[in-house]
Design a protein around this ligand. Structure first.
Ligand code: HEM
Length: 405
C-alpha cells in the first residue's frame, strides 16, 4: 500500500491498493498488457478510493462502472474539469482550452473550435492523412523487413498531421517528434523544458500569424472572436497546446496497441488484410480494448455519490480503460472480438467534453491500419524483442519492433 495520506472523510473500507501509476503492470513492462491489468478494478466495489492515482501523486476516487462515469462526466456543476495539467508542469495555472474549462466558458470555445474538427473538415484533410501514411510506410517497406513502429510510423504520422493542421511544413517533423517525446515520456528535467519550448513555439507562431495571416488553424484562432472580443494570448496558447497534446500520444498509442495486437493474432491480421472493409468496425473494438486516457474531475461541493462520501476538492477518476472493461456494459469484456457490434465504448469520453477530435482520430487510425496492412506482409513481434508498455495518465507503448522477413 502506498504511504500517501488518506483524507479523514474517506472510510478505511473504501480504500483500495490500486493505482494506474503503481499497480502491477503499470510501470514500463516488457510484453505488458496494462489494459488487461486494470480490468481487476471490477473485482471489487464499484467505487473506491486510491491513495495514489495521478501524475503528481494525488489520491482519487475511482469510478469503475461505465454508467456511473457517465453520471460524473455529465454533471459539470459538481465535477469540474479545471485542473491545469499541462501548465502545472511549468508551475503555472492557465487552462488548456476547451478541455480544462467548465460551462458556460467551455461551450463558447467548443463552438468556436468544433467546425475545425467536424466530419466535413476531416474529409478535406483525409487525402493528406492518407498520403502521409503511404509515404512513411513505403519508406519503411523499402528499407528492410523490420522496424520500430512507434519511432518510424506512429509518432511521425501523428505529429505530421498536427503540423498539417497548423499549416506548418513537414521539414520540422523531427524537431516536433523530439519535443513530443520529451514532454510525454521525459524525466523531471526534460518535461518542463519541452513544455516551455512548445509554449514558446505556439506563442511565436501566434505573433507571426497576426502579422502575416495564412489559411491555417493558428490564423483562424488569432483572428477569431468570442463574445465580441479577440482571444487573449493565454487563451490562444491554451488552444494551441491542447491541439498539440490531444492528438499525439493518443493516436500513436492506439496505432501501437492495435498493431501489437495484430502481430500476436495472425488470424485477425489476415482477416483484416484480406477483407479491409472490416477495419472500421475492428478499430472500434480496439479502441474499446486499448483506450489511452484517464479522465479526472475535481468535486466542487460535498456530495454523496452512489455511497461514496465525496468532498469538495476531491479528485474523481473516470478511467476509460476501466469503463471499457465493465461487465455490466459489455459481454465478455476481456475478449477482443473484432466484429463486436453496438460498441458504446468510452474511449472518447462522454458528456460536454467528449473528444472533439474523434472524427480525425478515427480516420487516422483506420487509414493507418488500412495502409499498413496493404503494404506490409504478415508481420510479427521481432524475435528477441519485447514491446514495452506503460500505464499512467495516458497508457502507452514505448517501442514495437515488427518483423516481416
Ligand atoms: C485515439 C485518439 C484519441 C482519444 C482516445 C481521445 C480521447 C479524448 C477524451 C477521452 C477526451 C475527453 C477528456 C475529458 O473529458 O476530460 C478528449 C477531449 C478532446 N480531444 Fe481527444 N482523443 C483522441 C484524439 C484527438 C485528436 C486527434 C484531437 C485533435 C486534434 C483531439 C482533440 C480533443 C479536444 C480538443 C478535446 C477537448 C474537448 C472538450 O473539452 O470539449 N483528440 N479526447
Amino acid at each position: 500500500m502506498t504511504t500517501n495520506l488518506v483524507p479523514d472523510h474517506v472510510p478505511p473500507e473504501m480504500v483500495r491498493d490500486f493505482s494506474l501509476f503503481t499497480s502491477p503492470g503499470m510501470s514500463p513492462t516488457p510484453n505488458g498488457d496494462p489494459h488487461a491489468a486494470v480490468a481487476c478494478a471490477h473485482d471489487g466495489p464499484p467505487i473506491f478510493y486510491s491513495p495514489y492515482n495521478t501524475q503528481d501523486g494525488r489520491g482519487t476516487w475511482v469510478i469503475t462502472r461505465a454508467a456511473d462515469q457517465r453520471k460524473v462526466l455529465q454533471d459539470t456543476e459538481t465535477f469540474s474539469s479545471h485542473r491545469s495539467i499541462f501548465s502545472s508542469v511549468l508551475g503555472e495555472t492557465w487552462p488548456t482550452i476547451p478541455l480544462e474549462l467548465d460551462p458556460p466558458a467551455h461551450g463558447v470555445f467548443r463552438s468556436l473550435l468544433s467546425p475545425l474538427l467536424s466530419p466535413k473538415r476531416v474529409r478535406v484533410l483525409e487525402p493528406a492523412v492518407r498520403e502521409r501514411a503511404v509515404t512513411l510506410i513505403d519508406s519503411i517497406a523499402a528499407s528492410g523487413t523490420s522496424c520500430d513502429v512507434m519511432k518510424e510510423f506512429a509518432f511521425p504520422f501523428t505529429v505530421s498531421i498536427f503540423l498539417r493542421f497548423l499549416g506548418l511544413p513537414d521539414h520540422r517533423l523531427d524537431t516536433f517528434v523530439g519535443w513530443a517525446k520529451d514532454l510525454l515520456h521525459g524525466d523531471g528535467v526534460k518535461r518542463p523544458v519541452a513544455a516551455r519550448t512548445i509554449v514558446t513555439f505556439i506563442d511565436e507562431l501566434a505573433t507571426n500569424r497576426r502579422k502575416e495571416p495564412v489559411d491555417d488553424l493558428m490564423t483562424f484562432i488569432v483572428q477569431a472572436q468570442v463574445e465580441g472580443r479577440r482571444l487573449t494570448d493565454e487563451e490562444i496558447r491554451g488552444i494551441g497546446v491542447l491541439v498539440f497534446v490531444a492528438g499525439l500520444d493518443t493516436v500513436a498509442a492506439a496505432i501501437g496497441f492495435d498493431l501489437a495486437y495484430l502481430a500476436r493474432n495472425l488470424k485477425d491480421q489476415e482477416l483484416l488484410r484480406s477483407e479491409p472493409d472490416r477495419i472500421a468496425l475492428a478499430a472500434e473494438e480496439l479502441l474499446r480494448a486499448y483506450p489511452p486516457i484517464q479522465l479526472i474531475r475535481v468535486a466542487t461541493k460535498d456530495i454523496d455519490f452512489e455511497g461514496a462520501p465525496i468532498r469538495k476538492g476531491d479528485y474523481v477518476s473516470c478511467a476509460t480503460m476501466i469503463a471499457n472493461r465493465d461487465p455490466a456494459e459489455f459481454g465478455c469484456p476481456n475478449t477482443i472480438d473484432l466484429a463486436r457490434e453496438d460498441n458504446r465504448h468510452a474511449a472518447f469520453g462522454y458528456g460536454p467534453h467528449r473528444c472533439l477530435g474523434s472524427h480525425l482520430a478515427r480516420r487516422e487510425i483506420i487509414i493507418g491500419l488500412e495502409e499498413w496492412l496493404a503494404r506490409i506482409p504478415a508481420f510479427r513481434i521481432k524475435k528477441g524483442t519485447a514491446p514495452i508498455t506503460c500505464g499512467g495518465h495516458v497508457f502507452g507503448i514505448e517501442n514495437l519492433i515488427l518483423d516481416w522477413s
